[in-house]
Design a protein around this ligand. Structure first.
Ligand code: NAP
Length: 290
């Protein structure tokens, strides 16, 4: 059987266009939406990723400030920068980019990002609001998965959806978003036992574990739509997901590629969230639901 490739690129282009349209409308009102990205690492691939956000922001007419605090930034400095950005009228969205220095406590830091500027849903308040159905920004990656399912008309209401991974940035918020759409959710993790027990009966499988080759063809059914969130850099520098593409292709009904799948949609959503945040802040309104 042939497996349909669910590219993220056409959807990313559409979302990028929406962000650009929104930015242009705001600019006509004298407001330039601006994103601030706080970085504290020497990791080259992180800097490459941040520059790709900067380039995409430029194309969309959105300002992008990169605040590079160096690999030895302290908890105090990071907290103080996040508080300043949260109070700065010229900044509409804030991302605290990982990885961070090993001695800083990220769970404490994200609490300094103002919820109305928390465009990547990092502050626990954002996750709490999502959990009770209140307006909040969802982490862009979690929303990207839902947008891909919508874009390709893949229904989730009443369907068996398995999410592999339970992190606060992907697995948990994604489960909340899917629950909101009436999916029957199973969340797997490192201690949930053999994956096939759950994935064999799944209509949709989302893999977000950061483990190369975690999901194989023998673990999915022919009707399954597989969304690969994983991004793993191999020793030769190439990027692969969590899905063993070779064995899943030919078995599952559809699969997102890596690269060119969830990641491209995520970047576009960060920009759309920034434009939405700027609009909401300009009218002093409620937060949009991510
Ligand atoms: P994380 O915080 O390390 O969480 C990984 C999750 O996977 C954990 O819940 C862990 O279970 C679970 N897990 C690990 N090994 C497993 C196994 N053998 N079987 C079942 N579950 C297992 O990672 P994350 O931040 O959520 O990111 C997950 C992946 O998504 C990474 O590859 C990351 O690079 C990628 N990512 C991609 C994007 C994008 O835009 N494309 C954005 C963010 C993240 P426990 O909780 O039991 O430890």
């Amino acid at each position: 059987m042939s497996t349909t490739t669910l590219s993220g690129k056409p959807l990313a282009a559409l979302i990028q266009q929406r962000a650009q349209d929104e930015a242009r409308t705001l600019e006509n009102d004298g407001l330039r939406p601006t994103l601030a990205v706080v970085v504290a690492t020497d990791d080259e691939s992180t800097h490459w990723y941040v520059r790709s956000i900067e380039r995409a922001a430029e194309r969309a007419g959105i300002g992008c400030r990169i605040i590079d605090l160096g690999h030895d930034a302290t908890q105090q400095v990071l907290a103080s920068v996040l508080r300043d950005l949260s109070a700065a009228p010229g900044v509409n969205g804030i991302i605290l980019q990982t990885p961070l220095p090993s001695n800083v406590r990220i769970d404490e830091l994200v609490g300094h990002i103002a919820p109305e500027k928390d465009i990547d849903g990092a502050n626990p308040l954002s996750l709490g609001r999502l959990a009770v159905g209140q307006p909040a920004f969802a982490p862009a990656t979690a929303r990207a998965v839902v947008e891909i399912l919508d874009h390709y008309d893949i229904p989730v209401a009443g369907r068996n959806v398995v999410v592999i991974g339970r992190s606060a940035v992907v697995g948990k918020p994604l489960s909340l978003l899917l629950l909101e759409r009436d999916a029957a959710i199973t969340v797997c993790h490192s201690r949930s036992g053999p994956l096939e027990k759950y994935t064999k009966a799944a209509d949709v499988v989302v893999v977000a574990a950061g483990r190369t080759g975690l999901l194989t063809g023998s673990q999915v059914s022919p009707q399954a739509v597989v969304i690969d969130v994983g991004t793993n850099v191999l020793p030769d520098g190439s990027l692969v997901g969590d899905v063993d593409e070779k064995s899943v292709r030919g078995v599952a009904a559809a699969l997102t590629p890596v690269p060119g799948g969830v990641g491209s949609v995520t970047t576009a959503l960060l920009l759309l969230h920034t434009a939405e945040a700027a609009r909401e802040q300009s009218v002093g309104g409620r937060l949009p639901v991510g």
